[in-house]
Ligand binder design. Structure first.
Ligand SMILES: Cc1cc2nc3c(=O)[nH]c(=O)nc-3n(C[C@H](O)[C@H](O)[C@H](O)COP(=O)(O)OP(=O)(O)OC[C@H]3O[C@@H](n4cnc5c(N)ncnc54)[C@H](O)[C@@H]3O)c2cc1C
Length: 393
C-alpha cells in the first residue's frame, strides 16, 4: 500500500510566504517518486530486517537529492528552505531516508562544504553526491551525551599524523560510511570547549571498529558504537582549524534542529493521515468510528498540532536562510515538532485500537520511531534550556 502526501498538504497556502512555485513543484515531484518507491511494505521490511534501504537511497541519488544543499560546484541547487521542503515530504514516506540524508548532507556534507580545505572538498563531495562515499558524524560518547563538550576521545600528534583513541556511541549510518567526521580532544590543557578538533576518519583505517546497536526503532539505518584504537589519521584530514572544532560543531547542530523539526512534521502528518483514513473506514456500533466525537476531536487536535509544528519549522528555516539568529527558534521548532510527533503517534495508535498495536500496520513504527526525535539532536530538555537562555537575556 502506497500513501501519497495529499495534494492539499503539498500545496498548502500557508506555506506561500516560505516557498516559491519551483519549491512547490519540488514537493510534488518528491511525493511522486516516493509514492512509487517507498511503499509501506518496503519500509516495514527494511525496519523489521534491520536492512539498509539501498534501493530507495539509490533512487534519491538518481534524483539528485543527495546534492541538494551542497555547493553549486558539486551539484547543489538548494538552500535550507529546499531542505525543509524536501525533508518534510521525504519523512512522510520514509524516516530512514530523511535521517540518512540529514546525517550525510546536512550535517557532515554541510560541515565539509563550509569548513574543509578545497582539497578535502574535491575528494569527498563529488563521491557523496553520487552515492559512492557516505559520511557519518561522531560526537557522542558513553560519558558525554548532552554534555557533548566533555568528550574524551583523544588525538595525539605524531609527525604528519594524529593518533586517535576512544569510543564513540550512537553513530548513525556508520556501517555505510566511507568517512566518519569525529570530534576529538587534541589539546588536553585547553578548557572544555577549546581543544576539540574534527577529523574526517576513513573507515578503512586500521584500528577502527564499528558495531551496530539494537534499538527500539529506526533500524533500517543502524546506529553504531565506533571504537578507535591507535587510529592514525593524517593532519590534512582535519576539518576547520585545529582545536577550534567546537565552534564549528555548534553551527552544524543548529542546522540539524531545523532539519529534525521538518522531519517530525512530515512523519507526524503521516501518522495523522493513517489514523484519519482508518477512522473513516472502521465501523463500530453501525457507524465509522470517525463519527464518534471523541475520535474526531482527537484527530482535530492532532492535525492542529501538526499544522502548528509545520509553521514553526518553516519559520526557523526562513530565519536560517536569511542569516538571522535562530538558536531559540530552531530549538522551539525541534522540541515542539518532536513532542507533537510522539503525541500524534500515541493518539493515532489509540484510534486504531488493536490494529494500531499490531506489527502488520505502520502506526506502531511511528509510535516507536517518534520517541527517538525527543532524544537525539539534543534532547528536548536541552532545547528548552536554549530557549530559556534566550528568554532570560
Ligand atoms: C538513534 C540515535 C541516533 C543518534 N545518532 C547520533 C549520531 O549520529 N552522532 C552522534 O554524535 N550522536 C548521536 N546520537 C546521540 C544523541 O545525540 C544523544 O543521545 C543525545 O545528545 C543525548 O545524550 P544521552 O543519550 O547521553 O543523554 P544524557 O545526556 O545522559 O541525558 C539523560 C537525561 O538527562 C537530561 N539532561 C541532561 N542534561 C540536562 C540539562 N542540562 N538540563 C536538563 N536535562 C538534562 C536529558 O534530557 C535526558 O533526559 C544518537 C542517539 C540515538 C538514540
Amino acid at each position: 500500500m502506497n500513501h501519497e502526501y495529499t495534494l492539499a498538504m503539498l500545496e498548502r497556502a500557508d506555506l506561500r510566504p516560505y516557498l516559491n512555485d519551483e519549491q512547490f513543484e519540488f514537493r510534488r515531484s518528491i511525493n511522486r517518486v516516493l509514492t512509487k518507491h517507498a511503499s509501506s511494505e518496503y519500509i516495514g521490511m527494511c525496519d523489521e530486517e534491520k536492512r539498509f534501504p539501498k534501493e530507495l537511497i539509490e533512487v534519491g541519488v538518481e534524483q539528485g537529492w543527495f546534492a541538494l544543499t551542497l555547493p553549486e560546484a558539486y551539484g547543489g541547487i538548494g538552500d535550507y528552505m529546499d531542505m525543509t521542503a524536501f525533508l518534510e515530504v521525504a519523512a512522510y514516506h520514509s524516516i530512514a531516508l530523511s535521517r540518512f540524508w540529514n546525517a550525510n548532507i546536512n550535517m557532515v556534507g554541510g560541515a565539509v562544504a563550509r569548513f574543509a580545505s578545497e582539497e578535502i572538498k574535491a575528494e569527498v563531495l563529488p563521491a557523496l553526491a553520487n552515492g559512492q562515499g557516505w559520511l557519518a558524524f561522531a560526537l557522542s560518547e558513553n560519558g558525554s551525551g548532552s554534555d557533548a563538550a566533555s568528550l574524551t576521545t583523544r588525538g595525539v600528534a605524531d609527525g604528519d599524523d594524529f593518533i586517535i583513541d576512544g569510543t564513540k556511541m550512537w553513530i548513525t549510518g556508520a556501517m555505510q560510511a566511507k568517512y566518519i567526521l569525529t570530534a576529538v580532544r587534541t589539546d588536553k590543557e585547553a578548557t572544555k570547549h577549546n581543544g576539540i578538533s574534527l577529523f574526517l576518519v576513513p573507515t578503512d583505517t586500521p584500528g577502527l571498529e564499528i558495531r551496530p546497536i539494537d534499538l527500539l526503532g529506526g533500524s533500517a539505518i543502524r546506529t553504531c558504537e565506533v571504537n578507535y584504537v591507535g587510529v592514525r589519521v593524517p593532519k590534512r584530514l582535519v576539518v576547520g582549524e585545529l582545536h577550534m572544532g567546537w565552534k564549528r560543531l555548534t553551527a552544524v547542530l543548529a542546522k540539524e534542529r531545523v532539519a529534525l523539526s521538518a522531519m517530525c512534521v512530515g512523519a507526524a502528518q503521516a501518522a495523522v493521515d493513517l489514523a484519519r483514513w482508518y477512522a473513516l473506514d472502521r465501523k463500530q456500533f453501525g457507524q465509522p468510528v470517525f463519527d464518534f466525537q471523541a475520535v474526531s476531536h482527537m484527530l482535530v487536535d492532532m492535525q492542529t498540532q501538526v499544522d502548528a509544528a509545520r509553521m514553526m519549522a518553516y519559520r526557523a528555516a526562513k530565519l536560517l536562510v536569511d542569516g538571522q539568529p535562530c538558536d531559540a527558534e530552531s530549538s522551539q521548532a525541534k522540541y515542539f515538532a518532536s513532542d507533537v510527533y510522539v503525541k500524534v503517534a500515541t493518539d493515532g495508535l489509540q484510534i486504531m485500537g488493536a490494529n494500531g498495536y499490531a506489527m502488520e500496520y505502520p502506526m506502531q513504527r511511528h509510535y516507536r520511531e517518534s520517541k527517538l526525535f525527543q532524544i537525539f539532536g539534543g534532547t528536548n530538555q536541552v532545547q528548552r534550556n536554549i530557549v530559556a537562555r534566550a528568554l532570560k537575556s
